[in-house]
Design a protein around this ligand. Structure first.
Ligand SMILES: Cc1cc2nc3c(=O)[nH]c(=O)nc-3n(C[C@H](O)[C@H](O)[C@H](O)COP(=O)(O)OP(=O)(O)OC[C@H]3O[C@@H](n4cnc5c(N)ncnc54)[C@H](O)[C@@H]3O)c2cc1C
Length: 413
C-alpha cells in the first residue's frame, strides 16, 4: 500500500489550497476527489463568475461578517488573508476586480478560469491527484487515522485533512461524508442546515416576474408587526418566490422566525425617500397627469415589467383618469411602493442552498492550526467547519484561509 505524508480528502477550493501549500513544504501529498474533476461547486459559484473573495482587507472587520464564531477565524485570516488571495490569483495571471458590496471577481473570464489556476497550482506544487475516487472508509488505531479505503484502492498516511464541504448542491459531490467521519471519530457536530437559500412565497404572481431584477430596494422581514431583519440591495423574483443577495443573507433569520409562526416580507421599492415625501411625489404626478390614464402615470414610477402587477394590486382601473384617483386609492398605491407585503410560505432546502451552516464544532478544532482536538493526526478545512458567512465572497475566503492554514500546519507541525 502506498504511503504519503499527508492525504487530503475533497478537491474543492479548501482541499486544493491545503494540498498545494502542504506540498510546497516538500512533503508527499495525495489529494482524493470523488468527481471526475476538482471544483464542481466552485464552477457554479457567483453564477459562473466566481466571487473569489471580499475586498475587506482588515481581518477583524472581515471576521465580523461571520457573527459570533467570526473571531475564531482571525489566525487563519492573519496568516492568509484577502490581500494574499488577491495576489495568489493575480500572480498566476488572473487579474481581479472589485464590484458592488466589495465583491471580488475575475476581471475578465469566469469561474472556469479560477479553477484552471487551481488545477495548475496542484500540478506545479507536486500534489498527486486521484479523481473519480470516492473515499468510503477511514481506518484508525490508537487515536490516529491510518488508512483511507477508496474506490481506487487503499492508501496510508501520517496525517489527514478533511475538506469534504457541506451538504448543499448534492450533485456537486457534497453528501456529508466528512460530517459522518468527524462525528464517528468523536467530534461534536453542530446540526448542519441549508443556508443562504431562496424564500418561497404564497403569492403566485412572482412567476410572472421570474428573474426580474429589483435593484436598490429595501426588504424587511416581519413577524408579529416587529422587524426581524432588514437589508438594502438587490433581489429577484423566482417561479416560487424570491431570491438574490439580500434574500439569501436574511434567509437564516426567516427560517428561524418561521419556527415561531407566520413571517412576512415588506418590500420598499423607494427606500431613498420617506413615505411622506413619496406621497407628495405621487400627488404631483397625479396632478401633472391629470387628464391622462392611470396606466401612463405608472410608467414614470415603475419598470415596465411591474406595471400590470401594480395595476392589479392597486385595484385602480388602468384607464381611470389621474384626476379621478381617490385618496384611498392613492394610499393603497403608496403602500405598494413603500411596503409591498409578501407572505413567506417556506425556505428552500439543500438543493438550492449556497452553503451549509453548522458542521464540525469549533470547540473541537484548534483554530490556530486547524488541527483536530480529538484525533492527533487530523486537520479540517473549508465549509465543513461550523462557520458560515453572508454572500459576497466571504465563504470562499474561509476556504482559502483555512485551507492554507491546514495544509501548512499539517506539513510543518
Ligand atoms: C451555486 C453556488 C454559488 C456559490 N457562489 C459563491 C461565490 O460566488 N462566492 C463564495 O464565496 N462562495 C460561493 N459559494 C459557496 C462556495 O462555493 C463554497 O463555500 C465552497 O465551494 C466550499 O469549498 P470546500 O472546498 O469547503 O467544499 P466543496 O467545494 O464542496 O468541495 C468538497 C469536495 O469534496 C468532495 N468529496 C466529498 N465527499 C468525498 C468523498 N467521500 N471522497 C472524495 N471526495 C469527496 C466533493 O466531491 C467536493 O468536490 C457558492 C455555492 C454555490 C452552491
Amino acid at each position: 500500500m502506498k504511503h504519503y505524508d499527508i492525504i487530503i480528502i475533497g478537491g474543492g477550493p479548501a482541499g486544493i489550497f491545503a494540498a498545494g501549500f502542504a506540498a510546497q513544504q516538500g512533503v508527499s501529498v495525495l489529494l482524493l476527489e470523488k468527481n471526475r474533476r476538482c471544483g464542481a461547486k466552485l464552477l457554479l459559484s457567483g453564477k459562473g463568475r466566481c466571487n473569489v473573495t471580499n475586498a475587506e482587507e482588515d481581518p477583524r472587520k472581515l471576521s465580523e461578517a461571520f457573527g459570533r464564531n467570526g473571531k475564531t477565524l482571525l489566525t487563519a485570516l492573519y496568516t492568509f488573508g484577502v490581500p494574499d488571495t488577491i495576489s495568489f490569483f493575480e500572480q498566476r495571471g488572473l487579474p481581479l476586480k472589485t464590484e458592488r458590496g466589495g465583491r471580488v471577481f475575475p476581471e475578465r473570464g469566469n469561474a472556469g478560469d479560477v479553477q484552471k489556476v487551481l488545477d495548475h497550482f496542484i500540478t506545479e506544487s507536486g500534489v498527486e491527484l486521484i479523481t473519480s475516487c470516492t473515499v468510503c472508509k477511514l481506518q484508525s488505531a490508537e487515536n490516529k487515522l491510518t488508512i483511507v479505503e477508496t474506490t481506487a484502492g487503499s492508501f496510508s498516511a501520517s496525517k489527514f485533512i478533511l475538506a469534504t464541504g457541506g451538504l448543499s448542491y448534492p450533485e456537486t459531490g457534497c453528501t456529508g461524508d466528512g460530517y459522518r467521519w468527524a462525528k464517528q471519530s468523536g467530534h461534536l457536530l453542530v446540526t448542519p442546515e441549508p443556508a443562504l437559500v431562496p424564500i418561497h412565497l404564497s403569492e403566485n404572481w412572482t412567476s410572472e416576474l421570474c428573474d426580474f431584477n429589483l435593484k436598490n430596494i429595501e426588504i424587511s422581514v416581519r413577524q408579529n408587526n416587529q422587524t426581524v431583519a432588514r437589508r438594502f440591495g438587490e433581489a429577484f423574483f423566482t417561479r416560487t418566490g424570491i431570491g438574490g443577495p439580500i434574500i439569501l443573507d436574511m434567509s437564516a433569520q426567516v427560517r428561524d422566525a418561521l419556527k415561531q409562526g407566520n413571517v412576512e416580507l415588506l418590500i420598499d421599492l423607494k427606500p431613498a425617500v420617506t413615505t411622506e415625501l413619496f406621497d407628495k411625489r405621487l400627488q404631483r404626478e397625479l396632478a401633472s397627469h391629470s387628464n391622462k390614464d392611470f396606466r401612463k402615470l405608472l410608467k414614470n414610477l415603475l419598470p415596465q415589467a411591474m406595471i400590470p402587477l401594480f395595476i392589479r394590486l392597486s385595484g385602480i382601473s388602468p384607464e381611470k383618469k389621474c384626476h379621478s384617483v381617490t385618496k384611498a386609492e392613492r394610499t393603497q398605491l403608496l403602500s405598494l411602493f413603500k411596503g409591498l407585503v409578501l407572505t413567506v410560505s417556506g425556505v428552500d432546502g439543500y438543493k438550492k442552498a449556497i452553503i451549509t451552516s453548522g458542521g464540525v464544532s469549533l470547540q473541537d478544532i484548534d483554530m490556530r492550526t486547524m488541527h483536530s482536538k480529538k484525533i492527533s493526526n487530523l486537520y479540517f478545512a473549508g465549509e465543513m467547519i461550523d462557520l458560515d458567512g453572508p454572500t459576497g465572497g466571504y465563504n470562499l475566503q474561509v476556504c482559502w484561509s483555512t485551507g492554507y492554514l491546514a495544509g501548512t500546519s499539517a506539513a510543518t507541525g
